[in-house]
Design a binder for this molecule. Structure first.
Ligand SMILES: C[S@@+](CC[C@H](N)C(=O)[O-])C[C@H]1O[C@@H](n2cnc3c(N)ncnc32)[C@H](O)[C@@H]1O
Length: 197
């Protein structure tokens, strides 16, 4: 589901970039990638996370996916000229990723999964396009944060089939993604790293 105007303001601003910087640092500290990795970011938004991933994890090949073409355009502008010629942009849904099985060494998802009604299908797709031993770096939010009395009026998200920590962990497990590192704030959200077994 695409963002409404209010949420665009929330994510397309320097504060969001600052928090994303800390999230990327945490991912890197817990599990850096070996050089030359093939990396995908799903729900790239305006590309601030992609810029951090490029600088920190130095992928050899990097694809950015978003459901919203306007976000893809923002991301292209934000990242600027692709001097190394190793970055691809793709307007697609996380529930139907246009990549072959086992295409990626790592996938990043900064807060997109809770926008997807059929989030379990999205986890299936993530597990499909990751190679065995591949890494899923994720930040996700829970309904108490984005669907409370205030945020429920300001933001739009699917209202059915929502996940909290236990549902998300079971969903990951069902797709063979073993959570190796987590940092969770109960009822609020989670930073996690899953490895495809
Ligand atoms: C909350 S924003 C997060 C943007 C950015 N990753 C960040 O952390 O600032 C969620 C992003 O996921 C995208 N999105 C929502 N549903 C999606 C789907 N089914 N497939 C791919 N991207 C999706 C939205 O368009 C939006 O750019």
């Amino acid at each position: 589901m695409k963002l409404n105007r209010v949420e665009r303001l929330v994510v397309n601003n320097p504060l969001r970039r600052a928090s994303q910087y800390l999230e990327a640092q945490w991912f890197y500290r817990k599990m850096p990638l070996t050089a030359g990795a093939k990396v995908l970011e799903i729900g790239c938004g305006r590309g601030a996370g992609a810029q951090l991933i490029k600088a920190k994890f130095k992928p050899k090949l990097f694809f950015l996916v978003d459901l919203d073409m306007q976000m893809i355009r923002h991301a292209r502008d934000y990242l600027g000229a692709d001097k190394k010629g190793n970055t691809g942009y793709c307007n697609a849904s996380a529930t139907f990723l246009p990549f072959h099985n086992g295409s990626f060494d790592a996938i990043f998802g900064f807060g997109f999964l809770h926008h997807v009604l059929e989030w379990q299908n999205s986890l299936k797709e993530i597990a499909r396009v990751l190679r065995p031993g591949g890494i899923y770096y994720m930040l996700e939010l829970y309904p108490a944060l984005y669907q409370n009395f205030i945020t429920g009026r300001l933001l739009v998200h699917p209202t059915r089939n929502r996940f909290n920590g236990p549902d998300l962990k079971k969903g990951l497990q069902d797709e063979g993604l073993d959570l190796t590192h987590t940092r969770e704030i109960k009822h609020m959200g989670i930073l996690g790293i899953g490895i495809k077994n």
